[in-house]
Design a protein around this ligand. Sequence first.
Ligand code: PXL
Length: 278
Amino acid sequence: MSYNKVLTIQDISCVGQCSLTVALPILSVCGQETVILPSAVLSTHTGGFKGNTFRDLTEDIPSIVRHWRNEAILFDAIYTGYLGSINQIAYVSEILSTMGKNKCIKVVDPAMADNGRLYSNFDSSYAEAMCELCKSADIIMPNITEACIMTGVEYKEQYDDDYIKSLIKELKKTGMKTIVITGVSYEKDSTGVIIAENDEISYYRHEKLPKSSHGTGDIFASAFVGAHLYGKNLYDSAKIAANFVLNAMKNTEGDSSHWYGVKFEPVLHTLIDSLSGR
Ligand code: PXL
């Protein structure tokens, strides 16, 4: 196992099992030192609760980063998710280019859209700025909606392998490097993850559950980053992360009071088991 200092930049949704409240425990069980930079604090996530509070922490970023610089703190990996504002993207871009150690792995989850639409806080200029940020990453982790928004390709609910290949081609044309796309489903009962690394495309297919759940993109991304930093290759990291999300979803199935997220905590041990090959 490799022990790394990873910085993750995302919001704190106090209630809702997404972003930092899932990244921190998941990266920790993957054995990684996890440093956080909260992009914003919300009372809940924006996916179904009404009237959430939102405190943008953009103004705090320069002084936090200045302090880290004075302390000569640098990171082995930087992983970003849901950000608070378009202005913040410029700061995050600077962090990506200046706060990494020599071989720093930079991972950007655009975390701005799903099901064909941008999340409620974002507009097309935010999407353009996020697209620029993705170009500076080593690994990007968009879903199909985000990949479409960043390339101008039409969003489709039903598609084939050629459609996905052309999405990857368009993303690569813009200069994006390794691309991991979640939620790629060619048939009713299965879904999976595409990993496009150099000129190779691989696909990890797995069972598709009838209902999608909030926060699973963040749980996947955190488990993927954690498994990769632990030492797994990209395909195995995608497999481990997807299986973990499935376990968490199965653990939540049938509990309608838990509509806002998945109960991943009781199955964290399955993530540890799969990291150690059990
Ligand atoms: O899970 C992505 C996410 C993260 N953070 C906040 C969100 C969402 C999705 O809705 O609202 C605040």
